[in-house]
Design a protein. Structure first.
Length: 291
C-alpha cells in the first residue's frame, strides 16, 4: 500500500508539472520564444492573490481574480515586450535576454513589495485529507489530476478542430499563410501568451497550496516546465504530458531510497539521458502536427 501511495503522490506531482509544461509548451511551441519570465509573470498574479486572501471562502474569489489577472499579464507581456522586439526584427538571443531581464526585475521587486518570508496559501476544503482504504487523498489531488487531463485534452481539441487552432497552426507553419487565412498575428499570439500564463497560474496555485509561496518559486517552476517541454518534444502536448507524469513518479519514487534533494538530482539525470537519446524530444513527430 505504501508503494501505491507513492505512485499516487507521483501522479499528482506529475499532473501539476503537466500544467506548468502545458502553458509553457503552448507559448514556446507556437512562438518559439523561450519565455524565461514564464514563472515570474505567474508569480506576480499569485502574489496579487495573496494580497486579497490567503484562506477562507474569499480565497476562492481571490483565485478567480488571479486567473483573470494572469490572462491579462500574459497578453500584456507579449504586447509590451515581445511584440515590439519581433517587429524590430530582433534575433531570438536578444528576445531571450529581454525575457531574462524581465524575470530578474520581477524577482527583485516582489520581495521589496511583499515580505521575502514564505506565505501559506490554504483552502481547507481542498486540503482536507480523506482515506480510500489505506490511501490518503485530498480534493486537491483529485483536482490536480483531473484538471491537468481535462485542460490538456481541451487544448488539444481546440488546436486541432477550432478556427483559432487552424489560425494558430497557420501562423506556426507560415506567417504569410496565416495572413491569407485572416489570422491577426498579434491578437492570436497575445491570446497564446494569455492562455499559457493562465494555465501555468492554475498549476502554480495548486503547487503552493501544498507548500508555500516564496519570491523564488518561479525559478524552479520555469525550469521544470522548460525541461519537460524539451524532453517531451517542443509543441507536443502528448509528449509533455507523458514526461511530466514520469517526472513526478520518478521524483516521488526516488524518495523511497534517497532524500528529496537527491531525488531531484535523479530526475535531472534521467532528463539528460532522455535528451541524449532523443535530442528532439520524446514525441517530436506529434509536435509537428499538434501546433
Amino acid at each position: 500500500m505504501y508503494y501505491l501511495q507513492v505512485l499516487i503522490n507521483g501522479l499528482v506531482t506529475g499532473s501539476i508539472y503537466g500544467l506548468a509544461a502545458l502553458g509553457f509548451n503552448l507559448i514556446y511551441g507556437t512562438t518559439k520564444i523561450f519565455h524565461v519570465a514564464y514563472g515570474s509573470v505567474i508569480m506576480v498574479a499569485l502574489y496579487l492573490v495573496t494580497s486579497i486572501s490567503l484562506t477562507g471562502s474569499t480565497a476562492y474569489w481571490a483565485v478567480g481574480a488571479g486567473l483573470l489577472i494572469s490572462l491579462a499579464l500574459g497578453a500584456l507581456v507579449y504586447a509590451i515586450l515581445y511584440a515590439p522586439l519581433e517587429k524590430l526584427g530582433r534575433p531570438r538571443p536578444i528576445i531571450f535576454i529581454a525575457s531574462l531581464g524581465l524575470a530578474t526585475l520581477i524577482e527583485a521587486v516582489i520581495p521589496w513589495i511583499y515580505s521575502p518570508q514564505p506565505l501559506s496559501f490554504y483552502l481547507p476544503s481542498l486540503n482536507t485529507v480523506f482515506f480510500v482504504g489505506h490511501i490518503a487523498i485530498s480534493p486537491l489531488d483529485v483536482a490536480a489530476v483531473a484538471g491537468s487531463l481535462v485542460l490538456s485534452l481541451s487544448l488539444w481539441a481546440i488546436i486541432k478542430w477550432s478556427k483559432f487552432g487552424r489560425q494558430l497552426r497557420a501562423i506556426t507553419s507560415n506567417v504569410e499563410l496565416g495572413s491569407v487565412m485572416g489570422a491577426r498575428r498579434g491578437l492570436i499570439l497575445g491570446s497564446v501568451f494569455a492562455i499559457g500564463t493562465a494555465i501555468g497560474f492554475i498549476g502554480l496555485t495548486m503547487q503552493t497550496m501544498s507548500s508555500s509561496v516564496t519570491p523564488v518559486i518561479d525559478v524552479s517552476y520555469t525550469l521544470i516546465a522548460a525541461m519537460i517541454v524539451l524532453g517531451g518534444g517542443a509543441g507536443s502536448l502528448v509528449g509533455s504530458y507523458v514526461v511530466a507524469l514520469a517526472w513526478g513518479v520518478i521524483q516521488n519514487g526516488a524518495t523511497l531510497w534517497v532524500s528529496a534533494d537527491w531525488a531531484s538530482v535523479i530526475v535531472y539525470v534521467a532528463f539528460l539521458v532522455l535528451i541524449l537519446i532523443r535530442p528532439v524530444g520524446l514525441v517530436s513527430s506529434i509536435s509537428k502536427r499538434t501546433l
